[in-house]
Every structure is written in C-alpha cells, then in structure tokens.
Design a protein around this ligand. Structure first.
Ligand SMILES: O=P(O)(O)OC[C@H]1O[C@](O)(COP(=O)(O)O)[C@@H](O)[C@@H]1O
Ligand SMILES: [Mn+2]
Length: 651
C-alpha cells in the first residue's frame, strides 16, 4: 500500500477505529443512497417582497399541499385540506382565529395533533432517522420522535399515543406543540433551497429576507445583479452606493437603509432640501408606495434627484478611471447643452424633461461639489461600518456564487453572454480575455477580492468590478446593451429607454446553443437543465417559462409588484423532487393577512415539466456521488483492517 494512501487510511481510522464502526457507517451510507432524493425549491427575483417570499417558502410552492393530498386523499375535503394547509403555513395566526370560533378546543387540538403527526411521518419518510432527529425542535424532540415512531409490536398503541397527546393538552402545551409540528413539516418538505438571484431592491424588506435566509437549514444563492450592487455598496464602491440609495429612494424605501441597516441619510436629506428646495423634481416621482405625509413625500423626491445626479457624476468618474471597461458611451453629462436644456445622443438632439442642474459645472460636469463629496465620504463610511450590512454580505459571499452546478442543473441569475451567432462572447476583464465559464469565474474572483484582497489595487479592482457586473453589457448578470437610467429619467422619447437584451435571450430555443452552454459548464446535453431568472416572463403575451423543450427554465419569481402589470402574472417558482420538475405559476400576493383569511395558496397552477420514469434516489444526486466516494474509502479501510495494514484501535 502506498505511503500516502496508508496515511490517509490511518486518518480515516481515527473516525472509524474498528471494523464494526467502519462497517456500520458503510451500511448507513448504503441506506441513505437508496432513499428518495430530497426536494429542492428554486426562487428568484424576490426583490425585497418579504411577505410573498415568506409565504412561498412556507408552502414550498405547493409541496406542502401535495403532502396533504398524499396523506389524506379523499379522507378530507378540498376545503378542509386548504384550511389545514393554512394552519401549517401560519399556525399561530390560524389558531388565534380558530380559538374564536371553535367550541371544543380540546377536541380540535387532539384531532389536529394526530393529523399533523401523520403529515410529519410522510414528510420524514424520505430521510434517515438521524437527519430527522437533527431537524426536530429541541423542546419537543423526544415526544415528536416517540409519536412518529410506529410501535408495531405494542399491544395497545392507541392508548399509549392518547396518553401522550392528552398530557400535552392538559398541561397547556398543545399550541406550542402544534406550531413546532407545523414548522417541522415545512422544514422536512423542502430539503434544499436555491435563490437564483435578486433578493434586493424595489420591495421593502430585503434585509428581512436575508435574516430569514441566514436561519434557513440549507440554502445556496446565485447572486443577481441587484445583489452584487449591494455587495459593491457594502464594500464601499461609490457607484454602487449611489445606485443603491437611488433605487431605495425611487421605490419609497429609504427606510431599508435608515431603519433596516441604520445608515444615516440626514446629510443627504439636508443637502437635497436646500439644493432642490424650489425644484418640483417632477422627473423623480416615486414608484410604488411612498409616504402619506406630503412633506415627507416632497423630501423623498428631492433626495431621489440629489442622489441620481451624484450617481451620474460618480459613475462618470469610474468610467474615466477605468477605460478598460469600455463604457465611455454611457457618460452623458458632457453631452448636455446646459443653456438649451438639450442633450445630443448618437447625433440626435433631445429636449431634457428637467434641465435644472444647480450642482453641475458644465466645464467639468462629473466633478462633485464640495457638499456632494462630503456626503459621499460619509455614506461610504456608513456603508463600510454598518455591521448588519456587512454580516448580510458575508452571508451572501459564504453561501453564494455567480453560478452553481447542482444535481445536473446549471443555475445562474442572468445569462451567458453570447454573440448573435450563438458563440460565447469574448470579454476583456482587466486585460484578460475570457468567455463562458471562465468569465463567470474571473468575475467571481474579483467580487471576493473586493472584500478580502490585501493588495489595495486588487481590492479596488474588485470593488469596481461589482459596479461593472451591475450594469455592463458584458455582465452575465445584466445581459443588456445598456442601463438606460439617465434616459428614463430625462427623456420623453421611449425609444431611448430601450435596453436591448443579449443574443442569449433570443437563442434560448436553439438546442445547439443550449447544449453548447451545458457542455461549457461540464454538463451533458441530456437530462440537464439551465435555470435562470432575471427576465420577467410575459405570460400575458403568451410567453412560456419553459424554453428549448424543457431544457431551459426561466423562472423569474415575479415577486416584484411593480412588474406584475407588465407580465400578467406574479411569476414562477420551481420544485425538483424525486419524481421530477414542477413549475408553479403564482398569482399576485395580496398580504399575509389575506392569505390566512382567504386560505389562499397563490400558486394558480402547477405544470409538471418533467416526470422521471424511475423515482430519483439520493444515489442519483451530487450527494450520492460524494457518499459513494466515502463508501469506497471505507471499503479500503475495511480491507486495510482485514489484511493487517492498519490495526483496530482499542479504547
Ligand atoms: O424599473 P426600475 O426599477 O427603475 O429599474 C429598471 C432597471 O432595472 C433593470 O431592469 C435591472 O433590474 P433587473 O435585474 O431586475 O431586471 C435595468 O435593466 C433597468 O434599467
Ligand atoms: Mn436581475
């Protein structure tokens, strides 16, 4: 036996010091391999919509309801099932209502506890005892395990269970116990969660979402362009900071920064008020909800304008400092005729809808005024020193990446930049040309460098790269030819607002192109899928999220309310269980209150995209591959024990 192998096996023998221990582990691993694969849940483009996100997470996009169907079949009416499902999603709130209507609460507790235990048993059926045990809430672990275990050999098992349940009710623990069971069902129903980007922006609660994800039992994240924008801001990149604040202002969500993250916006507010005091800031109307207080609303408009102008200036500076980004065309402030109130774009002159620019010096339009500079300095410090924001970003860095290959699926937020002919677009990143998978990897390295590089220059490059990923036409997360922010604020001509999508989006139905992408990421052309978000699916216009005969699934979750009118539906989420892939179409989410009251699920219909012929087992997954490797190692260890190369350890 080679020395290295022997050394490795000796290490392994510390974990499995006897033949018996190694054998037991092998039997366990073999058993796990034969269990059905765990359910994966895919969500994208959550865009700060905390309540809708939380709801979809609770119901597993229909997975919980399917469990109820499996368990109760026609023992329960559809109405009863719906009511029971709502209890599982919102146990506390639902019980508050039931208590007001129900005369026999004890009877209700008893019936409900039994029903919940039945669902728990079904949901736990896919896992090993040890995994279920780890998922049990500590307060009730022992009792739940007891109730979930079939005691076939026992004579009067019913009275045994009854005694336990009666005691729980008698000592007034029924409600906390029911809550614990409901949460356990939610947790067991979905084994792993994928967030395919864009947690941040537009909606009011991205920070609440991240808090919830931090507590989630098993999650990975593919960063979206909006997430990278926030990461750049947290790293202190000024272009990103200005964009983050501008988008919060635009959606009337400055509270996220002030209250959610404790970032002081007072300097910006004061500046906005005295700089744009008399200016109606008409072009800077807010989208979605804004304050009901008219004073506050005016203030929001002014802050919105102030930070937008700052953004165009600081972005101008980045573009000038980084000619390698090739974005000169996006610098527009010097194209303005400040006297005429017009702008010349591609040889055509347009009237500006707003030409009041008290802070712009036409001779050096990108220079910040002294006050603007002060504000940016303070904001930069505030973002860098905000502990909660930094903690959230560390989580995104730790659990996230730009793309992921998981159980034969390729997950990314936006696209793989392509040329019109379908070939991979070659991109220059700081002097290094790359494409496809390598492009993704180099960009990701720079994102991490922006936080962790010791070398200052590399760190700065990393920080600027986050801004580039947010809006460059070469960014796989953005995938459009330009971000027309300036035009959308200042020009009436709609054609100037158009952001042309990368060829990728046109070629989604082209099987050769899709196979090429799969191959680029090391996946086979049969049985693999690409799952991406980013572009809302316009169901209203007959568009389907299923592309290329089911090889590509574009599942913008459509949580963002502002976009629902455009698409005609709230969006899609995906479930991948041992039977196949199920796409759930969602209706718009009204409110948590209404979801409980109307017992609504918000997924209007589910489409089975793919049904496997043979139920998928853990053995068919990435985890299965790892377990098989472990098995092979243990096999060698066992052999080494048996042929005398390694001795058993006697304790
Ligand atoms: O409608 P809004 O929120 O102003 O944002 C529009 C901007 O958002 C983008 O669509 C990017 O956001 P998405 O990643 O959510 O698509 C830009 O292309 C566009 O300029
Ligand atoms: Mn996006």
């Amino acid at each position: 036996m080679k020395e290295l192998e022997l050394r490795y096996l000796e290490r392994l023998s510390q974990l499995y010091p006897t033949i018996a221990k190694a054998s037991t582990e092998m039997i366990n691993l073999q058993a796990i391999l034969n269990l059905p694969k765990g359910t994966e849940h895919f969500l994208t483009d959550i865009h700060g919509e905390y309540e809708a996100f939380s709801h979809v997470l609770k119901n597993g996009s229909g997975a919980v309801r399917r469990k109820i169907d499996d368990v109760f079949g026609n023992r329960m009416s559809s109405k009863e099932k719906q009511s029971f499902a709502t209890l599982i999603y919102y146990p506390k709130e639902k019980m508050d209502r039931i208590r007001k209507e129900e005369d026999d609460m004890e009877g209700w507790y008893k019936k409900t506890l039994y029903q919940l235990i039945e669902v728990c048993k079904c949901a736990a059926g896919k896992y090993t005892r040890s995994k279920v045990r780890k998922a049990l809430p500590s307060d009730f672990a022992y009792v739940i395990e007891e109730l979930m275990t079939e005691k076939a050999e026992m004579g009067d098992k019913e009275s045994y269970y009854n005694a336990i349940v009666d005691t729980i009710i008698r000592i007034n623990r029924a409600e906390p116990f029911i809550i614990a069971l409901c949460e356990l069902i939610q947790r067991l129903t979905v084994d792993h969660l994928h967030i395919v980007g864009d947690i941040y922006d537009r909606g009011p609660g991205p920070h609440v979402i991240v808090d919830k994800l931090i507590r989630h039992h098993s999650v990975d994240i593919q960063w979206g362009n909006h997430d990278v924008l926030w990461m750049g801001a947290a790293a202190g990149q000024r272009g990103c900071i200005a964009n983050v604040i501008r988008i919060c202002a635009r959606y009337g969500n400055l509270d996220i920064l002030e209250e959610g993250y404790g970032i002081n916006l007072l300097p910006l507010a004061t500046f906005a008020l005295h700089t744009y005091g008399e200016d109606p800031c008409d072009c800077f109307q807010l989208k979605g909800s804004s304050s009901e207080n008219p004073q506050e609303m005016l203030m929001d408009l002014k802050m919105h304008k102030a930070i937008s102008i700052i953004q165009f200036k600081v972005e101008g500076e980045i573009i000038q400092n980084r000619p390698e980004f090739g974005m000169e065309k996006r610098n527009l402030l010097h194209c303005i005729d400040y006297e005429q109130g017009t702008i010349c774009l591609d040889g055509q002159v347009y009237n500006l809808l707003d030409s009041y620019f008290p802070t712009i010096d036409p001779r050096q339009p990108y220079a910040l005024t002294k006050e603007e500079e002060d504000i940016m300095e303070r904001l930069e410090k505030a973002f860098l020193n905000c502990e909660k924001l930094q903690e959230h970003m560390r989580f995104l860095l730790g659990k996230g990446s730009l793309y992921k290959v998981y159980n034969n699926n390729l997950l990314y937020h936006g696209c793989v930049p392509l040329e019109e002919d379908g070939s991979l677009k070659v991109v220059d990143i700081y002097g290094h040309t790359c494409k496809g998978k390598e492009l993704y990897e180099i960009l990701e390295h720079y994102v991490r460098k922006g936080f962790y590089a010791v070398d200052e220059e590399e760190k700065e490059k990393g920080k600027d790269m986050m801004w580039y990923i947010w809006l460059s036409e070469n960014s796989p997360l953005f995938g459009k030819d330009k971000m027309a922010t300036f035009e959308r604020y200042f020009l009436a001509e709609k054609e100037t607002h158009k952001e042309k999508k990368n060829a990728y989006y046109k070629l989604l139905e082209d099987e050769a192109v899709i196979n090429g992408i799969l191959k680029e990421f090391g996946l086979p052309s049969e049985g693999a899928h690409i799952i991406n978000g980013h572009v809302p699916v316009k169901t209203k216009n007959g568009e389907s999220p299923i592309k290329c005969n089911g090889k590509v699934l574009v599942i913008d979750g459509g949580f963002s309310k502002a976009y629902q009118k455009e698409t005609g539906i709230a969006g899609y989420t995906l479930i991948y269980n041992s039977y196949g892939l199920i796409l759930a179409a969602h209706e718009s989410f009204e409110s948590t209150e209404a979801a409980i009251e109307k017992e609504s699920d918000i997924h209007s219909d589910s489409v089975v995209v793919k049904r496997v012929l043979k139920r998928k087992l853990v053995s068919d997954t990435d985890t299965g591959k790892e377990l098989r490797e472990q098995l092979a190692d243990l096999e060698r260890l066992l052999e080494a024990y048996r042929n005398g190369c390694i001795k058993e350890q006697v304790l």
